[in-house]
Design a protein around this ligand. Structure first.
Ligand SMILES: C[S@@+](CC[C@H](N)C(=O)[O-])C[C@H]1O[C@@H](n2cnc3c(N)ncnc32)[C@H](O)[C@@H]1O
Length: 284
């Protein structure tokens, strides 16, 4: 079954932009607030430790099951993040970018098609995902380099020069990492960005519909849940995310909830989605 996530394939959905906002609590009904409040039982410590040990394996199995057919191409990256274009000091400047946690390249390839003057490093800790990226007919060693890397363990500087990147994207990746280890991933990205370089972030926001759908017995901690397939998902508040990046040394440029309605006309369903979209800058 298709996992609930932004831009997954599986049902015909239309996304209607609603508004950008600095609060997301009002979207909950009284029943939904009660449900979240009453969901207090956490998955056992033993099982939680196993999920952490198996995190890479579980994502690799995810790509074994779903191949490249799970997520839609994310064409909104350039649209939503005009920073990618604006960050150039002169028009012909080649942008150096990292897509951290690239999956099978649903951001990478649309970006490469839309912007010819860009070199993209793309990494993921799932060897299978990296293989899918390299096997894509659009993969081109002159314009991109895909490599395996656990953002919380492997120093990105083994592949990318320190202080070299203009932009790094973290698209629905930090939510898959244990909250205790997110800081390590953010610091890892910080080191390879050049001073003035920017992180573009988009991920699940607090009280997103996906969070409300978790059944009891799926809770790992505050705003942190496990799916049936063992992959995990965190739901970010603005404050939590800002703190994470500021602690690593970043300045916050933008940090706001984006509300969407996902409409499935065939099934007569309309569900509210909450994403957090942010930009952080490494100081000059
Ligand atoms: C929800 S998917 C998003 C994939 C892609 N960014 C996209 O938007 O289509 C999360 C991705 O993060 C990767 N991931 C999770 N933890 C990671 C880690 N510690 N280091 C590197 N990649 C990780 C997973 O393998 C998976 O490909």
């Amino acid at each position: 079954m298709a996992q609930e996530t932004d831009g997954c394939l599986g049902s015909k959905v239309t996304e209607l932009p609603l508004q950008a906002t600095d609060s997301c609590t009002n979207i909950l009904t009284k029943e939904e607030k009660e449900k979240l409040k009453n969901d207090r039982v956490l998955v056992s410590e033993f099982k939680q430790q196993k999920l952490e040990v198996d995190a890479q394996k579980n994502w690799d199995l995810f790509y074994k099951r779903n191949s490249t057919h799970f997520y839609k191409d994310r064409h909104w990256t350039t649209r939503e993040f005009e920073e990618l274009q604006a960050h150039r000091e002169f028009e012909a400047q080649k942008l150096l970018m990292l897509e951290a946690g690239c999956g099978v390249g649903n951001c990478l390839f649309p970006l490469m098609e839309e912007d010819l003057n860009i070199f993209i490093y793309a990494c993921d800790f799932s060897p299978r995902a990296v293989r899918f990226v390299k096997e894509n007919s659009l993969y081109c060693p002159e314009r991109c380099l895909a490599f395996q890397c656990d953002l919380t363990k492997d120093d990105l500087r083994a592949t990318i020069s320190e202080n070299s990147l203009d932009v790094a994207t973290l698209i629905f990746v930090l939510s898959a990492i244990h909250p205790d280890r997110m800081q390590l991933a953010v610091e890892n990205v910080y080191r390879v960005l050049k001073p003035g370089g920017i992180v573009l972030f988009r991920d699940y926001g607090l009280y997103d519909h996906a969070m409300l759908r978790f059944k009891s017995g799926s809770k790992l901690g505050e705003n942190f849940y496990v799916r049936q397939d063992g992959t995990r998902s965190f739901f970010f508040s603005r404050e939590y995310l800002a703190n994470l990046f500021q602690q690593a040394g970043f300045h916050t440029l933008v940090n706001e909830y984006v509300l969407r309605e996902t409409v499935n006309k065939k099934e007569g369903l309309c569900v509210p989605r909450v994403f957090l979209q942010s930009k952080f800058r490494k100081p000059e």
